[in-house]
Write a protein that binds this ligand. Structure first.
Ligand SMILES: Cc1cn([C@H]2C[C@H](O)[C@@H](COP(=O)(O)OP(=O)(O)O[C@H]3O[C@H](CO)[C@@H](O)[C@H](O)[C@H]3O)O2)c(=O)[nH]c1=O
Length: 332
């Protein structure tokens, strides 16, 4: 589905992140004016949006702020046609240490965003969920009506955020769509996630890849496919007030992924199981596989980049940007 974004003003929160900045690239390429809501200005200015932010008259305008600040959020939304809300705390391990922070940023931040969108009458609020809300698949592939199982405080906060966004559709007719990406990967992802963690180790010459468990499976979806999905659902009438999965529909175990990454990197290493790296019992999501038929049928979306090709591109990017993965640069 192609849509004309020319001349439209679009707010992207979490714009300095890897999915957010990829979405900004796609919007700019389609002629939109983007308001990039970023949390930490100095980081954003050096990060993936740097080339835009160095051009004050260009298509991207930076708004530094915190989604917990309702006034700042409202100011950012004013005059925008569409809002893509990606800003969130996303690290699962950190959510065990500080659940309340996840409630404030993820649930209250989404409430602030929905309230601002209502006040300013936006055409569509696209709220970002996560496949983590499903927990370990009870049935696979996972369709949007699968039960929600909060296996971590992070997941619970995202379930709360999703419900808050959807409640604004029911209570106030706010035009909301909840997108539920499965594990997105690709260039720009930080070392927090499994694919960049392993690739950064391999390209640094590690001869061992240490993993907590090889058994969990994930549905890895390439970042441009995820970002294209955001754009497709934003224009989809049937998706109003609905949840839409964005996943490749393919599943791979962490162990097989590690082998695929060794192949993609052209490096030689052994995979070692290290139980000290396991997440708390009952918290690890053991299986995620998307049913993406809703996104295909409703929004005309389909994944374009195969896992083999996506891992090769990601490996090449990490090898060329290894300085970003030095231990003192780790971002969680
Ligand atoms: C970083 C890391 C991960 N793993 C394992 C844990 C999981 O079974 C699997 C994938 O881990 P992660 O890449 O952290 O992804 P996962 O736990 O699925 O969660 C991610 O994907 C979610 C989308 O489903 C996002 O909402 C979360 O913010 C994000 O953290 O790899 C390891 O064994 N070792 C590691 O160092």
């Amino acid at each position: 589905m192609t849509t004309n974004w020319t001349g439209r003003t679009v707010l992207v929160t979490g714009a300095e992140g890897f999915i957010g900045s990829t979405l900004v690239d796609l919007l700019v390429a389609r002629g939109a004016r983007v308001r990039a809501f970023v949390h930490y200005k100095p980081y954003a200015e050096k990060g993936h949006l740097a080339r835009y932010l160095a051009d004050p008259g260009g298509p991207v305008e930076m708004w530094a702020g915190d989604v917990r600040d309702a006034g700042r959020v409202s100011d950012a939304v004013a005059g925008c046609d569409t809002v893509f809300h990606l800003a969130a705390l996303i690290g699962i391990p950190y959510s065990y240490a500080s659940p309340g922070a996840y409630v404030q940023t993820n649930v209250t931040g989404t409430e602030n965003m929905a309230e601002a969108c209502r006040r300013h009458g936006v055409r569509r609020l696209v709220h970002t969920s996560t496949s983590e809300v499903y927990g370990t698949a009870r049935t696979a592939p996972i369709a949007e009506d699968h039960p929600l199982q909060p296996q971590s405080p992070y997941s619970a906060s995202k379930i709360g955020a999703d419900m808050m966004a959807l409640s604004f559709h029911h209570a106030f007719e706010l035009p909301v769509t909840v997108v539920r990406p499965f594990n997105t990967y690709g260039p720009r992802q930080s070392a927090r996630a499994v694919i960049p963690t392993i690739l950064a180790q391999l390209h640094s010459g590690a001869r061992e890849v240490r993993l907590g468990s090889l058994a969990p499976t994930r549905d890895f979806t390439y970042v441009t496919d995820t970002a294209e999905g955001f754009l497709a659902v934003a224009e989809c009438e049937r998706a109003l007030g609905q949840v839409v999965n964005l996943g490749s529909g393919q599943e791979i175990s962490v162990g097989d992924l590690a082998q695929a990454l060794i192949a993609a990197s052209g490096r030689d290493a052994e995979v070692v199981v290290d139980p000290s790296r396991l997440r708390p019992s009952g918290s690890e999501v053991q299986r995620l596989l998307s049913d993406n038929s809703r996104a295909r049928a409703w929004a005309g979306w389909k994944p374009e980049v195969s896992l083999t090709e996506g891992l090769r591109r990601t490996s090449d990017w990490i090898e060329a940007n290894l300085h970003l993965f030095a231990p003192d640069r780790y971002q969680v």
